[in-house]
Design a protein. Structure first.
Length: 314
C-alpha cells in the first residue's frame, strides 16, 4: 500500500500543534492511503516537544524528531525529508497558513496528472505588513534577474513531491541550505496551485524583518555569483573613471587661465570616504561568499538529533 509522509517543522508552536493535527487528519483519511506525520521540533523553548510526544503516544501514525538546539527551519525541513518513508512526501507549516485541504489537489496532480511536484503559491499577501510585502516582491525580482535558477514569486515550502524528487533534494547535501532554490534547481515537473494568503491559527510568526533579510541574502549567495561579477564590473568602471579624470587634470594643468581652488580638501575627503566605503562594501560581499564556503568545508552536520521515535532508514 502506498504511503504519504507529511514533514512538519515546529518551533515554539505549542498553541498551533493541536489545531493542525485536528485539521490535517481528516484530509489524510480522505486521500485514502496510509500516512505518517513527522513533527520536527527545532529546539523549541515551550511545550512543543511535550505535546508532540503526547499525540504520538495516542496515534502510531505520528512520528517526531527533537533537535538538541535550534538549527533553523531549513535544517528541520531537511530532517523531515530525510526521515520520511513515504512514496509521496509533503512539507507543511504547522500554523495552518498552509491549508491542509490542498493536499487533495496535490495528490490528484501527482497520481492522476503525472506531475512530480505540486506546490502552492500565494497570489496576494493580504494581512502582511506592507513594507514586508514590498521587500518580498523586490527579493523575487532581484534573485530571478541574478540567478539562472527560477524562484517562483509567492511560492511557499508547502508542496507534495514524489519519492524520486525527494531523493534528488536529499542528494544536495550542502550545509547552507536555501530550499526554495533547491526545489527549482533539481528540476522535475511542477504544478502550482494558487491561493489567498491565510492568517496563522495561533501563535506568532518567527520570521522578523532581520531574519527574512538574512534569509534573502543567503538565497542570493547560494544561487548566484552575480554580486562577485558586479564587483569586477565596478572595479573596471572606476579604473576607466580615474583614467578620464587624469586626462582632465592634465588638460586643466596646461591651461594658464585655469584657477585652482586652494581649499579643495573637502572635495578630496568626500571622494576618499566614498571610495573607502565602496571598498568595504565589496569586501563585505566577498566575505559573505568566503564565510559560506568556510562553513561548507567544515562538513558539520545539518542538524543534531536529541530524541526520536523513528526507525531509521538504511
Amino acid at each position: 500500500m502506498k504511503l504519504i509522509s507529511i514533514a512538519v517543522p515546529c518551533y515554539n508552536e505549542e498553541e498551533a500543534i493541536p489545531a493542525y493535527y485536528a485539521a490535517v487528519i481528516p484530509v489524510l483519511k480522505q486521500i485514502g492511503i496510509d500516512y505518517e506525520i513527522i513533527f520536527v521540533d527545532d529546539g523549541s523553548k515551550d511545550k512543543t516537544s511535550i505535546i508532540i510526544k503526547q499525540i504520538a503516544l495516542e496515534d502510531p501514525h505520528v512520528k517526531y524528531i527533537i533537535f538538541s538546539r535550534n538549527f533553523g527551519k531549513e535544517s528541520a525541513m531537511y530532517a523531515g525529508l530525510s526521515n520520511a518513508k513515504g512514496d509521496y512526501v509533503a512539507l507543511m507549516d504547522v500554523d495552518l497558513q498552509d491549508p491542509p485541504e490542498k493536499l487533495l489537489d496535490m495528490y490528484h496532480g501527482i497520481v492522476f496528472e503525472g506531475y512530480d511536484c505540486v506546490g502552492i503559491r500565494r497570489i496576494t499577501r493580504k494581512g502582511e505588513p506592507k513594507i514586508r510585502s514590498f521587500f518580498a516582491r523586490q527579493f523575487y525580482k532581484i534573485i530571478n534577474k541574478m540567478s539562472e535558477t527560477e524562484i517562483v514569486d509567492g511560492a511557499r515550502d508547502y508542496r507534495l513531491m514524489t519519492r524520486q524528487m525527494v531523493e534528488a533534494i536529499l542528494s544536495v547535501e550542502e550545509y547552507n541550505r536555501f530550499s526554495k532554490g533547491i526545489f527549482s534547481w533539481v528540476g522535475f515537473k511542477t504544478k502550482w496551485l494558487e491561493y489567498q494568503n491565510v492568517q496563522r491559527v495561533a501563535g506568532e510568526t518567527k520570521w522578523n524583518f532581520k531574519k527574512l533579510l538574512r534569509y534573502s541574502i543567503d538565497g542570493i549567495i547560494a544561487f548566484s555569483s552575480s554580486p562577485l561579477k558586479m564587483i569586477t564590473k565596478l572595479g573596471i568602471s572606476f579604473v576607466i573613471l580615474s583614467f578620464l579624470m587624469s586626462i582632465t587634470a592634465i588638460i586643466l594643468a596646461v591651461i594658464p587661465q585655469h584657477i585652482v581652488f586652494a581649499n579643495g580638501w573637502p572635495y578630496l575627503s568626500i571622494i576618499l570616504v566614498f571610495l573607502f566605503g565602496l571598498l568595504f562594501i565589496c569586501l563585505g560581499i566577498i566575505s559573505q561568499y568566503l564565510a559560506k564556503t568556510y562553513a561548507e568545508v567544515k562538513h558539520r552536520p545539518i542538524y543534531i538529533e536529541k530524541e526520536s521515535n523513528i526507525n531509521k532508514r538504511k
